[in-house]
Write a protein that binds this ligand. Structure first.
Ligand SMILES: [Zn+2]
Ligand SMILES: [Zn+2]
Length: 163
């Protein structure tokens, strides 16, 4: 139906016959940049997709994570995942903690997925989103993300300074 540019976001709006078609369309329409929304209007309600989720447009409730497919050729970037090309949302250090000289922040992988964060490999410098980081079981029953390129463990979230 059209594309609407608003100051804060861009909306691509389509019309579909029903929810099943809308969902199928959205699964095959990756949104790789922040502040971009694909909306499909149907007589059974509207579905949308953003950088992270396929969601119900009426209340924003997530339906599922938006599928991320692998690029044919991984591309090194400071802002986007090398493997899927999706924008990696920088991790902002909370203001009240920013004054501390050392800081450890622990996020679960679920939290990192919900926010679209990523990890950077210290060895090969590749940025990779948490959806693309490989997970291998560690000794304590948890999982640790590993670099897809070199297999080393990824520990550092991508941070923004001075926020
Ligand atoms: Zn990725
Ligand atoms: Zn690596």
């Amino acid at each position: 139906m059209g594309t609407e540019h608003r100051p804060s976001a861009t909306y691509h709006v389509y019309r579909g016959p029903d929810r099943a078609h809308a969902l199928e369309f959205l699964r095959g329409t990756p949104v790789m940049e922040p502040h971009v929304y694909v909306i499909v209007e149907t007589p059974q309600g509207n579905l949308g997709r953003d950088l992270i989720y396929v969601f119900e447009e009426s209340d924003g409730r997530p339906v599922e994570f938006g599928a991320r497919t692998r690029l044919e050729n991984p591309a090194s970037s400071d802002t986007h995942c090398a493997w899927c090309g999706f924008y990696v949302v920088p991790f902002a250090v909370p203001r009240e903690a920013a004054a501390a000289s050392t800081l450890s922040v622990y996020l679960t992988m679920d939290e990192a997925r919900e926010k679209g964060h990523g990890l950077r490999c210290h060895h090969c410098a590749l940025l990779q989103c948490v959806f693309c980081a490989d997970f291998a079981a560690s000794g304590d029953g948890g999982t640790e993300p590993h670099c897809r390129a070199c297999g080393r463990m990824l520990k550092e979230l991508v941070k923004v300074r001075g926020s």
